[in-house]
Write a protein that binds this ligand. Structure first.
Ligand code: C5P
Length: 231
């Protein structure tokens, strides 16, 4: 895949004007956006339809963790909006992941991605919720479960990509947030790496948020990410 198609820009904001400004500013350079719970809740699903109508791909980061019936309904609603990716928490177990995968069958372009352990969590955070294994062990266990029930891909931190690529085989999607350009502060991410390192380790896509959206010149920042991937 060529670099532009591998970059998903996270529209993490709480109003339509800011989101529209970013999308307009990036223009044809960016073809793939992630919309999360903040923006979806603030502006509603019409914005998603608007992006899709402009020919953009949308990763709707719903992070579903609900009873299977509700998960299936949310996945169908996401599919009806025309999005390409939706997320489900693998910690919710086989039932909700299976419900998500089955609900997505009606939408051939919709991919269900499983979250394992969010990148901000440490071994200590896991111990606090009663998980004795390390984050790395827990990520692997959940990834194997997600692959077994037919999820189309995984969300993986830069450090987990290589191990998860061997779990998924060549075909599955691996989408990697928590990346920062070389020399850039990694902010609060407990485990971060560069976009290029993530793709080299086996990620199919990277999610880039503030590196682009908070830059003085977002289009220039997007080109820096693309250049990092193309090196
Ligand atoms: O840090 P950045 O602004 O690049 O984050 C972009 C996206 O990556 C966010 O929308 C968030 O959902 C995701 N992310 C994550 N785990 C983190 C940090 C960010 O999944 N620790």
């Amino acid at each position: 895949m060529e670099p532009t198609g591998q970059i998903i820009v996270a529209l993490d904001c709480d109003n339509r004007a800011t989101a529209d400004d970013i999308v307009e500013g990036l223009g044809d350079e960016c073809r793939f956006y992630k919309v999360g719970l903040e923006l979806l809740t603030a502006v509603g699903p019409d914005f998603i339809k608007h992006l899709v109508a402009q020919g953009k791909e949308v990763f709707l980061d719903l992070k579903l963790f609900e009873i299977p019936h509700s998960v299936a309904g949310a996945v169908r609603a996401a599919g009806a909006l025309g999005v390409s990716m939706v997320t489900v928490h693998s910690m919710g177990g086989v039932g909700i992941m299976t419900a998500a995968v089955n609900a997505a069958r009606d939408f051939p372009d919709l991919r269900v991605l499983a979250l394992t352990v969010v990148t901000s969590m440490t071994d200590g955070d896991l111990a606090d919720i009663g998980v004795g294994d390390s984050a790395q062990e827990q990520v692997l266990r959940l990834a194997q479960l997600a692959a077994r029930v037919g999820c189309h891909g995984l969300i993986a931190s830069p450090q987990d990509v290589a191990a998860l690529r061997s779990v998924l085989g060549a075909d599955g999607l691996i989408v990697t947030p928590g990346v920062a350009l070389p020399g850039e502060s990694s902010g609060e991410h407990a485990r971060s790496g560069t976009p290029r390192a993530a793709i080299a380790a086996g990620a199919s896509h990277v999610v880039v948020g503030r590196t682009v959206t908070r830059a003085t010149d977002p289009a220039a920042a997007f080109r820096l990410v693309r250049a990092d991937l193309g090196r």
